[in-house]
Write a protein that binds this ligand. Structure first.
Ligand code: ADP
Length: 449
């Protein structure tokens, strides 16, 4: 087992990883920018190192500084959290070259899944159902037309280096296609430094359902069920739940086993998420994330398995603590992403939290890095915490969530807490009857009222 882990991240996820390390008796090193010197992850870590000024590229994305921090503190492994360097294959390579362990998959697997065209090809070869679309990159209008007519309109043009819901354009007919192709390519170039795009069938009313997997790198792997992340704004997840209101246990076992088997064949190491769109009873692979996800706690709530413990165990060569038959799904869990944003306009709301009272009680978990008097810096994403609620069934979970939101006090800034109160009052949400477009429509309707 490792003796000291450096956590190359900030905010709630840095704290989440730190807690797992403490439970396992591992020393922790926090890294931080000058804007984060008063952050909770810095306060709670055994040691901390300032790695640069506020902009992420000069601090949390600065590989040299992070390496130097490992050297100064004698850390033997690095946990990247999510975002920042978590899916950076070069970072994983550099750490290994310096005799440090990257807590995650191999650089080769990160690369393979980081390029969405390769990811789709690989998934297909491994027996995972994929969205119909182009075989590879599309560069000309003629190619685009040919593929679009084969699969049928509407189609979506997506960046092969894409992430965070950026660089996607929908075309409803041939006339819209060439403009969509040109804009998608230039947006992809600007956002990712890579213009390559591909085409896939645009699904009209799918749900976003993803499967959590965990492998030991030796050919053993398990699935931990699904998460339904259909409630999205601008392709960004807002609310996630497990189990999905739309799957039964036979469907769960079937798609879960397909993913677990694919991970066994790949000899995948660590935590991963296989993302699908789900429509009319069919699953369509869209991408795989080779890291811990923001929404991992809903899986932890219904399985009782600490995913960060498993990541650390596997990375240290200790293997998985569970086999598939040990994994049971109990009750229902929902996560609300609490952002420091105006709940109507979604404009970020950095500033000082003047009063803070998180909810508690049975089945309630708050993962957050903030506290009363904490000043939210303007430089990073606006997620300030996650409220995760567990109940014996979905009805109990929703009752508990409503109560928890009422108890949650964050004064001094705007937060998205009121949005979740509105969602809970909606019959579609109560019935679990929503797809990936539902939230945008709901928000558009609200803003016109
Ligand atoms: P990113 O890596 O940028 O998050 P994804 O491929 O995971 O991109 O897609 C993000 C979201 O975009 C999906 O959850 C879904 O809402 C939408 N989307 C992606 N592909 C399609 C598609 N073929 N049809 C309809 N919606 C899609």
């Amino acid at each position: 087992m490792f003796s000291k882990i450096l956590i190359a991240n900030r905010g709630e996820i840095a704290l989440r990883v730190l807690r797992a390390c403490k439970e396992l008796g591992i020393q922790t090193v926090a890294v931080h920018s000058t804007a984060d010197q008063d952050a909770m992850h810095v306060r709670l870590a055994d040691e901390s190192v300032c790695i640069g000024p506020p902009p992420s590229r000069e601090s949390y994305l600065n590989i040299h500084q992070i390496l130097a921090a490992c050297e100064i503190t004698g850390a033997d492994a690095v946990h990247p959290g999510y975002g920042f360097l978590s899916e950076n294959a070069k970072f994983a390579d550099i750490l290994e070259a310096h005799g440090l362990t990257f807590i995650g998959p191999t650089a080769e697997h990160i690369r393979m899944m980081g390029d969405k065209i390769t990811a789709k090809k690989t998934a297909e070869e491994l027996g995972i159902p994929v969205v119909p679309g182009s075989e590879g990159e599309i560069t000309t209008d003629e190619e685009a037309k040919k593929v679009a007519n084969e699969i049928g309109f509407p189609v979506i043009i997506k960046a092969t280096a894409g992430g965070g819901g950026r660089g996607m354009k929908v075309a409803n007919n041939e006339d819209e296609l060439s403009i969509a192709l040109a804009t998608a390519r230039s947006e992809a170039g600007a956002a990712f430094g890579n213009e390559a795009v591909y085409i896939e069938k645009y699904l009209a009313k799918p749900r976003h359902i993803e499967i959590q997997v965990m492998g030991d790198g030796e050919g053993n792997a398990v699935h931990l069920g699904e998460r339904d992340c259909s409630l999205q704004r601008r392709h960004q997840k807002v609310w996630e739940e497990a189990n999905s209101p739309s799957l039964n246990s036979a469907q769960r076992q079937e798609i879960g086993e397909i993913c677990a088997e694919a991970m066994r064949k790949m000899k995948y190491r660590g935590a991963g998420t296989v993302e699908f769109l789900y429509e009319n009873g069919e699953f369509y692979f869209i991408e795989m994330n080779t890291r811990l996800q923001v929404e991992h706690p809903v899986t932890e709530a219904i399985t009782g398995i600490d995913l960060v413990h498993e990541q650390i165990r596997v990375a240290s060569g200790g293997g998985l603590s569970v086999t598939q038959k040990d994994i049971r799904f109990s009750g229902h869990a929902i996560e609300c992403r609490i952002n420091a944003e105006d709940p109507r306009s979604f404009v970020p709301s950095p500033g000082t939290i003047t009063h803070y009272h998180p909810p508690g009680g049975l089945g309630v978990r708050v993962d957050s890095g903030v506290y009363q008097g904490y000043k939210i810096p303007p430089y990073y994403d606006s997620l300030i915490g996650k409220l995760i609620v567990h109940g014996r069934n979905r009805v109990e979970c929703m009752m508990r969530l409503r109560r928890s939101l009422d108890e949650f006090v964050v004064d001094g800034i705007n937060t998205t807490i009121p949005l979740f109160r509105d969602l809970l009052a909606n019959p579609d949400i109560a019935n679990g009857d929503y797809d990936i477009h539902w939230l945008e429509k709901f928000l558009a309707q609200k803003s016109s009222e």
